[in-house]
Design a protein around this ligand. Structure first.
Ligand code: GRF
Length: 218
């Protein structure tokens, strides 16, 4: 029997909770992708152990072991290509990829970002959302393009910002949604449900709620 599942490499730098969500989703026989390798640029990333415990092959490509970014990325591409991966999921991967690397995998790299893009690109998104006083925050899954956090958006989830929130409580609320939308967005891309047109992605199907109002109306 041929395997119709799209092979995916997941790149991590840290605890790997999004990676774990992808691995868990991919256990479902009906899921259209399989995680073939988890690669970390940090030898001490907690995600490596989690992946191994789940029986997923792991590799370390330590950026510190290379003379420059080009050499690091060549080794990274090798580790990805050796696994047979056709799609790449960045899951808390903390190296910025060069435009040459991104161009090598056109529309094949996904990232999860902890904000409602295009707001709050970059780091410390939750603290910045609180400082800006937004009442709705969230997360985005997008295709990776040469410009940081600016590629076509596949899926977003919104959460209310509560008056008593700290960056940590807000991060936890957003993270729970990351774990829901990342597997869903990967499934949409792997199964061909994602339509690319004019640099934008459209996903068909599903049911939308009417709105999220925050704070709630009296
Ligand atoms: C997540 O908040 C993700 O959105 C961001 O980095 C964090 C990684 O967390 N890109 P984890 O390693 O998946 O737990």
């Amino acid at each position: 029997m041929t395997d119709a599942k799209t092979p995916v490499a997941v790149l991590v730098s840290g605890r790997g909770s999004n990676m774990a969500a992808l691995i868990a989703a991919a256990k479902n026989p009906a899921y259209p992708a399989k995680i073939v390798r988890v690669i970390s640029n940090r030898p001490d990333a907690g995600g490596l152990e989690t992946a191994q415990a789940a029986g997923i092959e792991t590799a370390v490509v330590d950026h510190k072991a290379f003379a420059d970014k080009a050499a690091f990325e060549a080794a990274l591409a090798q580790a990805i290509d050796d696994s047979g991966a056709e799609l790449i999921c960045l899951a808390g991967f903390m190296r910025v990829l060069s435009s040459a690397f991104v161009a090598h995998y056109p529309n094949r790299i996904l990232n999860i970002h902890p904000s409602l893009l295009p707001a709050f690109k970059g780091l410390d998104t939750h603290a910045r959302a609180l400082a800006a006083g937004v009442k709705i925050h969230g997360c985005s899954v997008h295709l990776v393009s040469a410009e940081l956090d600016a590629g076509p958006i596949l899926m977003q989830a919104a959460v209310p910002v509560l008056a008593e929130d700290t960056a940590d409580t807000l991060a936890a609320r957003v993270l729970a949604e990351e774990h829901r939308i990342y597997p869903a967005a990967l499934a949409a891309l792997a199964s061909g449900r994602a339509q690319m047109e004019n640099g934008m992605v459209t996903l068909s199907g599903g049911q939308l709620p009417t709105s999220l109002i925050s704070p709630p109306l009296e």
